[in-house]
Design a protein around this ligand. Sequence first.
Ligand code: UD1
Ligand code: CA
Length: 467
Amino acid sequence: MLAVAVLAAGKGTRMRSAHPKVLQPLAGATLVDWVLQSCEPLNPQRWLVVVGHQAERVQQHMQRDGQRLEFVLQQPQQGTGHSVQQLLQPLADFTGTLLVLNGDVPLLRSTTLHHLVQHHRQSGSAVTVLTACLEDPKGYGRVFCDDRQRVTAVVEDRDCTDEQRRNKRINGGVYCFHWPSLSAVLPRLKADNQQGELYLTDAVGLLDPATQLTVEDATEISGVNDRGQLAACEQVLQQRLRQQWLAAGVSFLDPASCSLSPGTRFGRDVVVAPQTHFRGANSVGDGCRIGPGALIEDSQLEADVEVTFSVVRQARLARGCTVGPFAHLRPGTVLEEHCKVGNFVEVKNSQLGADVKAGHLSYLGDARLGRGVNVGAGTITANFDGIGKHPTTVGEGSSIGANAVLVAPVTLGRDVTVAAGSTITSDVTDDALAIARCRQVEKKAWHEPAASHRSGSTSETAADQPS
Ligand code: UD1
Ligand code: CA
């Protein structure tokens, strides 16, 4: 039996943040999401999370992720040993292996954890500590071993003597315990250290036999205590995500300038140009060309879509669409096949049928456009009357002239033509031409009247409205 416990009750004082440390955003997820994700392939029977600082928020976030988690409250937070003491009751009947992870170690590989559990079980240890040897071990607890390679003590950086501080073997904050052995020593922890806290690391010193496993890649046990370490972890995770997708057939023209989220999936032969960012859950079909300069969030792009210098959020784009440069597709946008949405066009909660073209300077909100509609430059759907939002419908094959305003709610039939500059306030029937603007007036051989004739004169001036 394997149970996993994640310690996530701490405040994270060194982050200097209003938010709990474990909820800090990291590579498209949160710090604690990455910790949980690394444990998933182990298929533990039980998942426990110790929460305390802003417990409700942390719990809400994690529940939303749909995990089968048991939350255990630690109130107040008196150290990592105190945190694990809170498990005594929920694990009262548990007799198996407990994998404990600090909630701030996001770079662990599942294979490493698997190896740790295996090593622990084979060695029959009461505890196995995951360690690394660091050139700069500052800030981490130091792990001391005897000549049989048994762990004798773990001493926190701030509690070390100068001599002890030279030890480069550090505690990764990840442990495998034989739970019955740990539960027997947990009540014996004392707060006789510089921070006046109950340290889980002291329990390691009380257990016998205590062994350690050294990680090959020391970056894996990087802990996040401040923003600098958070940024460093971001780099590592981004690098891993890019490498994963490079290996799977995605081209990145300037990988370091792009960022990915774990929920983004790519087809084959996708080309990602510089300064392109993916957030949330996306699927990007075969042959898409994204960027330069794009932000894609929670969107589905079918094959051969092209997006240049644009923002696409919660949108669905069918195959062959081209977007940008400088387009903004907002939530609820659906583009059917081969649409073109171009320069300075904003689309929100609207469905554009196949082959629709909206090339320049438009706003389309709460609209449904049929197949092949041509949206002239500067066309605006006036969807908001100050109180509510209203729909605009345009039938297939219609053509909207430049600078038209479609005042919603309004319905235009099929193959309608709207004259440029029209303000359309009433429905238009199929095949009709709608013109809703003043007719141009031309005054032949007209000259500006002399200034002396102006006062009291009734003759027309350039400022007059045409009749
Ligand atoms: C801890 C270890 C240190 C190790 C390092 C690895 C102890 C005493 N020290 O130090 O040996 O090298 O991790 O990264 O364990 N937490 C609680 N309740 C509390 C306090 C903390 O749940 O009362 C949680 C925090 O949310 C955090 C984790 O425990 O996720 C670690 O706490 P932190 O204060 O960051 O420990 P470190 O000082 O980094
Ligand atoms: Ca830490």
